[in-house]
Design a protein around this ligand. Structure first.
Ligand code: FES
Length: 95
């Protein structure tokens, strides 16, 4: 019987705080991926390009506005996913 190797086992992770909740993600993955996998994209849910061009994934990382798709967390960062304009998040990618 063929067995598949689980890729998730043994992967080094880093932890960040997303809107106050601890989220672990594989080291080297983008913050956008981590937010989507965790189901907590907030304002980044409206992302479009994932290559730093559209600026639709902006979140605050340690108080600074960053494009989540270009941010590679080192661990320990505090991420605020509330919309920068103060409006409610759209809740989904409409692209
Ligand atoms: S998704 Fe376009 S800049 Fe991040």
């Amino acid at each position: 019987m063929m067995r598949y190797r689980r890729l998730a086992e043994g992967i080094d992770t880093v932890a960040v705080s997303v809107d106050g909740a601890r989220v672990e993600l594989p080291r080297g993955s983008s913050l956008l991926v981590a937010l989507l996998v965790a189901g907590t994209p907030g304002a980044a849910a409206d992302f479009h390009c994932a290559i730093g061009q559209c600026q639709r994934c902006l979140v605050r990382v340690d108080g600074q506005v960053r494009a989540a798709c270009l941010c590679i967390p080192k661990g320990g960062e505090s991420v605020d996913t509330r919309p920068l304009d103060g409006n409610a998040a759209t809740g989904g990618n409409t692209a």
